[in-house]
Design a protein around this ligand. Sequence first.
Ligand SMILES: [Ca+2]
Ligand SMILES: [Ca+2]
Length: 495
Amino acid sequence: MITTPKHLLVAGGFAIAGLLGPVMAEESAAARAEYPGGFTRPPSEGKNYDTWKGAKGPDVGKTKVDPKRLPSRVDNSKRPEFPPVYKQRWGACGQFASVASIFTYEMNVLNGNKADSDENRFPAHFSWNMMNRAENKGSEAYHGWEVAKRIGIPTAKSYGGVRLNKIGVWPNGYDIWREAMEYRVSGYRYTPANTVAQLNEARGWMFDRNQPAKKTPGGIMALDGRMGELKKVTVTIPDGKHEAGKDIWTRWGPSGYGHGITCVGYDDQVGYDVNGDGKITNDIDTNNDGKVTLADWERGAYIVVNSWGEKWSKDGRIYLLYSAMIDPTWKRGNYLGRAEVTRYLPSQTLKLKLSCNDRSDLRMTIGIAGDKNAKSAEHEITPEAFNGWPLFGRGGNGGHVPIAGPEDDTPIEVGIDLTPLLKKLGPDKDEKGKLFLQLSRADGSKVDGELHEAAVRLYDPNGKFVRESAMKIKTGNFGESPLQVNTVIRHLGQK
Ligand SMILES: [Ca+2]
Ligand SMILES: [Ca+2]
């Protein structure tokens, strides 16, 4: 996930922490969710932040894992719901894995679609440009899943492709933002894969999510590999052996930085004679620690799709020995991340056309009151994208650039979901209330901007557009003085 020199230092720090920390596998530990570090969820939300809370499916460890029914090979990248092997541009690997590959696959499984056109594919760059500071900066998988939770992800068709040709561009067009609201992540989880029990849970997830009765295709997962000196750990399966000619990573690169990749399946028969004793074994203590554990296994491998193009390693894919993920020097590489997706329809939205010369120092508050004559709001929201992404903290934001993107002063049209705000109000007798929109700037910043247009849009329960009510704007300028725009809003307290 990391590409810039600054982050080489960070990655090195993780490696050292890993060496010192007790990352020894517990041989019999059961499958469980875990938050091993800042790479598995936004640190700003604190230690009690449950990233699976909004998900409907059973949490890790709550399903029965029965390895006997699992086939010896699952490759979900061959399923029609999986998109092509991509070739990433810039340091967007984390989003190619978490959104362009995993989110796309999971959304197509949910919708019964094939990933054969941009209508059914999702872009890497929409979420990337929410956190990369409008620079070529690496991201975590959770950045994409959090953007999908809080804003949604537009299709690649309306976005203009899976990747764009310029860094830091935010979409201009209400319909793109409105479409994004439909496609969401409901929850995500990281799990260690350090024991046979944990491996079996992951294999079961990839086969049928450990829910055989549901008949749902299996899931795929995010991985974070260490990518330095890969030649030292890459071997080719010899002639005459299962999957001869294919490449295997026998362990993570001995040095280097992290890279977001996608685990699409597994093959229990793929193996390599790592210790050179002439045999491929799972029952010999190959690492000489006095016991036989998953770390000693020479047979069995995950199937990984990399976003370095379909010609990389013959077919864009590579095997990764199960045992490679037990690596105390690369803590990130010990975990698999999964996401649950959902469809969602807003009932009311805000459509804004605005310009602003620094989108990360823009501050926007939207409030609601149940009385149409109210002087102040009873409930407020502060949309992440229009408040400098406080969720991501030091992990990133959209950059100190104009709202449209670097060196682009034109106003853009965006959409913001009002449904969660309206739900905070109880039922109202006359179904009328007041909406308060405030635009201002971060303390100490010099940001200026202008609100050109604002409107509230109403949708029926099927997501069909009903009506738009424009808000009156006298002068739309904001900066040194905040801008306040209010309007009476109808149809409060919808179910
Ligand atoms: Ca051997
Ligand atoms: Ca051993």
